[in-house]
Design a protein around this ligand. Structure first.
Ligand code: ATP
Ligand code: MG
Length: 816
């Protein structure tokens, strides 16, 4: 029967084949990283389509990111060679938005509801905490937000919380009041937060069985990737979707197979996951969803995959050795048919900058040996680590892309514009309206805002309506005019979205943005200040106008609501652009599911990895270990583990200790490199390495320890010591190691020019053959000039530091 789709099974191992061809109500594929789980899922869908066992519209596949969804869709189309229109391949959130947009009217929302991202909900929580004066009881905005989020992920609404909490506890009572208020405010604003997208869909299905039946009839095959990171609400959603259809909801003329009761049996469910890669417990991911799958689906077939096709032997051995230290897990040993490959490279820098310089140099070396930039990635535990990395990568002319972090859409000015658009699409959206009330500055302070809000509450009208009636509120003439004008601008923009009386179409997204930017004088206000930061903001605003115009072109039938939905759902990993030819920088969390030829895991230090916030959390260190495991298993051929001896973090420069996880990797798998500082002192070279217990060890017989090493035994003693200011020698940027660690090391301050004033060498003209001097690398000869204008790059052969690429504009160089 698989003749016509033999290519589907070609090259798959027997377990993978079984996973692709098994037919039954439930299938669980449990397997380690790189064993082909995602590939099997893709082939399974392609197999169903190719054999015409399912229409594309009967398939719902859930991936972890929108990017993964796009990739899977493309692969499937590639295999079956047919349009797969109607197939839903998306994240949980996108699938739920689609369902809610269609069904919202059933329960008191309109289909143009706003989606609040995490920053939006934080703003709302902040206001509620303030109004409730809850800080007196020790509540923090972040604490309340994450508690609400956790409850929602557990599908516990305020009434549910009231039942399980202690009414006489003032803290519980206060929290309950805030939670209720939060839910009410969202509803008033016709808005859902991220957690609601899932939770409200579950609620919708439970409250309206006929709506649920529509989707249960439609989706006959539900497949979920990265199942280990689903939370309870997502699990409940899967259960609702795969429940059978009750006889009363089966249409008389159905062409579907009905069972003995006259109902339709539940959809077939396939989930794939790896409990060793569960890294979202802090967002409510529930590893029990895997362990209890077999209980909930007693007839489920379980298939294990053990062969890893991604990484070379050494990388895999390291991954296995690390994860083995988590107890409470099924030991599954991954093996690879590839040879051991290159050893893992370890590197210890003096400082974060030193570490970053190594990464940059190594990236160039790999690139010179034929690895393209897009096949390399640098991972870190916290976003705070990126600053040093970025500075060095820029100076070393490494093209890179920051995945996550402060993204374009999270910038204040862009959020302002989005707020303008949201309130235009959804006039009930109070939070957005309030955000832009005084942005740009219109002389409308908090007192005016409060007065409008009070009025809206008292008269039970929307904030926007209160604005329209500003003249009744007794403001001064100037404020009254500002408010009325803004209300008019927004009302006109809302009205323009509708099809026009003469029969013309409604305003496009580009037109709407333009109308609002001009009408509000937002751009003008930024350009007037003469502040360079505002100039950058103005550029972003212009960029956003372009994004909107571009959207008009690519989506001729697109609506403002669709545009806003797309923006709200851009997940961090979706920004990855494979064509860009740039190294990807991202947190370890973002790295899940991805793979690269060469991977750098930076900051492999105590307090960073494992992160110090994990210490107090039950299961925290084990989750950090899984995170490290996820990072290691992204690498195909080359893995680098780097750390620094001192690091500026949490506002202080501190001695860093090697991560306990490093000791879990057998020593023979890692080859430790010297610090660049040591390279230049060749001769009396002191190779730096970690001994078996993780203490620093010099090549001259040991005894070389980090700053303040007294008190650090060779085993344990993992903690961070704060440097005295005098020792920190001017802060992070010039973290020349002091005392014991520095003895014998060259007196060179890595990165001394980095945090100083921004250099601008734009005017420097260089040619091949010119001699230059670099503050860190000394003298050298220019070998070639690449690129143009601000991106001119000099390739220089330094007399002692070897070949480097430098961005001329920023590099600390001068002609000799
Ligand atoms: P992760 O847990 O990291 O998400 P995974 O189990 O989903 O990993 P895949 O991404 O599906 O693994 O596969 C890892 C790599 O191995 C991919 O490049 C995939 O194309 C390749 N691969 C999987 N199975 C085979 C096979 N039978 N033959 C050749 N290559 C394979
Ligand atoms: Mg995968």
């Amino acid at each position: 029967p698989f003749g016509e789709r033999s290519s589907l099974l070609d090259g798959l191992n027997p377990q993978q084949r079984e996973a692709v061809t098994y037919r039954g109500p439930a299938l669980l594929i449990l397997a380690g990283a790189g064993s082909g789980k995602t590939r099997v899922l893709t082939h399974r869908i392609a197999g169903l389509l190719a054999a015409r066992e399912a229409w594309p519209s009967q398939i719902l596949a859930i991936t972890f990111t929108n990017k993964a969804a796009a990739e899977m869709r493309e692969r499937i189309a590639g295999i079956v060679g047919q349009a797969s229109d109607g197939m839903w391949v998306s994240t949980f959130h996108s699938a739920c938005v689609r369902i809610l947009r269609r069904e919202a009217e059933a329960f008191g929302f309109t289909s143009s509801f706003t989606i609040y991202d995490s920053a939006d909900s934080k703003a709302l929580v902040r206001r509620i905490v303030k109004q409730s004066e809850a800080d007196v009881l020790g509540f923090t905005v972040g604490g309340v937000q994450s508690r609400i989020s956790k409850l929602k992920n557990e599908l516990i609404d305020p009434d549910g919380f009231a039942r399980q909490s202690n009414a006489s506890d003032p803290r519980d009572a206060m929290f309950l009041e805030m939670y209720r208020r939060y839910v009410r405010e969202l509803q008033r604003a016709n808005a859902f937060d991220f957690d609601d997208l899932i939770g409200q869909t579950v609620w919708l299905f439970r409250a309206f069985p006929d709506i649920a039946a529509k989707y249960q009839r439609r989706f006959r095959h539900v497949l979920v990737d990265e199942y280990q990171d689903t939370n309870h609400a997502q699990y409940a959603l899967i259960r609702e979707l795969t429940r059978g259809v009750e006889p009363q909801h089966v249409p008389a003329d159905t062409r579907m197979e009905v069972d003995a009761t006259g109902g339709i049996p539940g959809a077939s469910l396939t989930v794939v996951g790896d409990s060793d890669q569960s890294i979202y417990a802090f967002r409510g991911a529930d590893i029990r969803n895997i362990t209890e799958f077999e209980r909930d689906f007693p007839s489920a077939r379980v298939i294990m995959l053990e062969q890893n096709y991604r990484s070379t032997g050494n990388i895999l051995d390291a991954a296995n050795a690390v994860i083995r230290n988590n107890f409470d897990r099924h030991d599954k040993k991954l093996w690879s048919a590839d040879g051991p490959g290159t050893k893992i490279t370890g590197f210890t820098g003096y400082s974060g900058h030193d570490e970053a310089q190594f990464v940059a140099d190594e990236i160039h070396a790999l690139h010179d040996s034929g690895v393209s930039f897009r096949d390399m990635a640098v991972f870190y535990r916290t976003n705070a680590q990126t600053r040093a990395l970025e500075e060095i990568l820029i100076r070393s002319a490494v093209p890179y892309r920051l995945i996550g972090g402060t993204k374009f859409y999270e910038r204040a000015e862009i959020k302002d514009l989005l707020a303008y658009l949201m309130t235009t699409a959804n006039p009930a959206d109070e939070l957005s309206t309030r955000r832009i009330l005084n942005s740009p500055k219109r002389g409308l302070g908090p007192a005016t805002e409060t007065a409008l809000w009070d009025y809206a509450q008292k008269h039970d009208v929307t904030f926007r309506e209160a604005m329209r009636r500003a003249s009744e509120l007794g403001f001064g003439p100037k404020a009254t005019r500002s408010i009325t004008e803004l209300a008019k601008l927004l009302d006109e923009a809302s009205a323009a979205l509708q099809p026009q009386p003469g029969g013309g179409p409604g305003a496009t997204v580009g037109e709407t943005v333009q109308r609002l930017v001009q009408g509000s004088a937002y751009l003008e206000a930024l350009m007037k200040t003469g502040n360079p930061q505002d100039e950058a903001r103005a550029e972003n605003v212009e960029e956003f106008v372009n994004v909107a115009k571009e959207y008009d072109k690519t989506h001729p039938d697109g609506s403002l609501v669709e545009f806003l939905t797309e923006v709200a759902l851009v997940a961090a990993a979706d920004e990855i652009d494979d064509e860009s030819g740039a190294v990807s920088l991202m947190t370890l969390h973002t790295a899940k599911g991805l793979e690269y030829d060469a991977v750098f895991i930076t900051g492999v230090e105590e307090d960073l990895l494992p992160h110090r916030i994990s210490a107090g959390e039950p299961g925290g260190p084990a989750e950090e270990r899984r995170l490290f495991y996820v990072g290691i298993t992204r690498a195909r051929k080359r893995l680098y583990l780097t750390l620094a001896m001192s690091r500026a973090q949490f506002g202080e420069t501190a001695v860093a200790m090697p991560s306990r996880f490093l000791q879990e990797i057998p020593g023979e798998l890692i080859e430790w490199r010297q610090s660049p500082g040591d390279v230049t002192s060749r001769g009396g070279s002191r190779p730096r390495a970690l001994n078996a217990t993780g203490a620093w060890q010099g090549g001259d017989g040991g005894g070389r320890r980090p700053v303040g090493s007294e008190g650090y035994g060779t085993a344990g003693g993992y903690s961070r010591v704060t440097m005295r200011p005098s020792e920190a020698s001017g802060g992070a940027a010039s973290a020349t190691p002091t005392s014991g660690a520095a003895r014998g090391a060259p007196k060179r301050s890595w990165g001394n020019a980095i945090t100083g004033a921004v250099r601008d060498n734009s005017g420097l003209v260089l040619e091949r053959g010119d001699r230059i001097r670099h503050t860190d690398f000394g003298e050298g000869t220019v070998r070639a000039i690449l690129g143009s204008e601000a991106k001119r790059i000099a390739e220089v052969d330094f007399d002692s530091a070897g070949r480097k690429k430098l961005l001329i504009k920023l590099a600390p160089i001068e002609k000799v």
